[in-house]
Design a protein. Structure first.
Length: 312
């Protein structure tokens, strides 16, 4: 598949820094849409896992049921994997960072990116941290912005863009054209908004859902059950948290708490206990639900727990 917007946005090769769930999905989507992609991770094991997921799961999901072997192979051929950051980003047009949701880590990464890719547009896929928080470590922050993708990228076809406070309008418009070329709805956030658009709203839902469970008002299953019935959706807050990863949810909550210095913003006690027990959601096989095939995916889930009969 060729990219009709390649001239208008000027993006030929894209580097992805971080090969986790989001990095792998973003890289695969860009490759399917006709761009060359370099995926970097400092961990050889993580890179191997990403390559396997991309080849066997993510590319077929993005291309769809009509995908042919030549189409899959063409997308695979556009992706290279690099263990060295400098090798991955040298000479690329755009770098998208998708590492741990930790400000100190991101500051270190972007300081390196600024040196190794002095002419590239630099973007973070952070779901909660405005890139203005590390603009001071980047030479020419006019080229720095937030580009927030959503997982799974083939279902949640949207991309939020936000300025560093210095990002030029030309860069924002080029990245909007780039997002459009990926088949994504690509709004530009006006001003600075922690959580951007969707995550600012989602955070309120997530926080109150966790508080309901923390306070013993209801179980996670009942919260999700009522949500699914009311909004007629296939999943709900706790199912979404399992998909995201409970450790990622915790890291995002800590980032909000550090920003506001409000003790009520600290992560939920229920969430912290589950993480301490190794329950991280889908990726560990156990979170608020057991995976694969979580209870909420079964038709009987919406009926609720079976009540005991009067004779029992």
């Amino acid at each position: 598949m060729t990219d009709s917007n390649a001239v208008s946005d000027g993006i030929g090769t894209v580097a992805i820094v971080g090969s986790g769930t989001m990095g792998a999905q973003i890289g695969a989507l860009i490759a399917v849409r006709g761009r060359n992609v370099r995926i970097h991770d400092a961990s050889p094991e993580a890179l191997d896992r990403a390559k396997t997921r991309i080849d066997k799961e993510i590319l077929p999901a993005i291309i769809g049921p009509s995908s042919s072997l030549p189409e899959l192979q063409a997308a695979r051929n556009r992706i290279t994997y690099a263990g060295l950051l400098q090798e991955a980003v040298t000479g690329v047009d755009l770098v998208i960072e998708a590492v741990k949701e930790d400000l100190d880590v991101k500051r270190e990464v972007f300081a390196d990116l600024s040196r190794f890719a002095p002419n590239a547009i630099l973007a973070t896929n952070s779901s909660s941290i405005p890139c203005a928080r590390f603009a001071d470590v980047v030479t020419n922050p006019e080229r720095l912005l937030n580009m927030h993708f959503f997982a799974p990228v083939w279902v949640r076809t949207m991309l939020e863009l936000m300025s560093s406070g210095s990002t030029t309008d030309d860069i924002l418009q080029r990245m909007k054209a780039f997002g459009d070329s990926l088949g994504l709805v690509t709004p530009i956030v006006h001003g600075q908004s922690k959580g951007f658009i969707i995550n600012r709203i989602w955070r309120a839902v997530k926080r109150e859902s966790l508080r309901v469970v923390d306070e013993g008002v209801a179980s996670a299953e009942d919260v999700d059950r009522l949500w699914m019935l009311f909004f007629q959706t296939g999943y709900a807050p706790f199912g979404i948290m399992d998909m995201v990863g409970l450790d990622v949810v915790r890291d995002i909550e800590w980032s909000y708490q550090r920003e506001t210095v409000d003790p009520t913003d600290k992560p939920s006690g229920t969430l912290l206990k589950m993480i301490e027990a190794g329950k991280l959601g889908e990726k560990s096989g156990q979170g608020f639900y057991s995976h694969p095939n979580p209870a909420y995916s079964q038709a009987s889930f919406l009926l609720g727990p079976t009540s005991a009969s009067p004779d029992e």
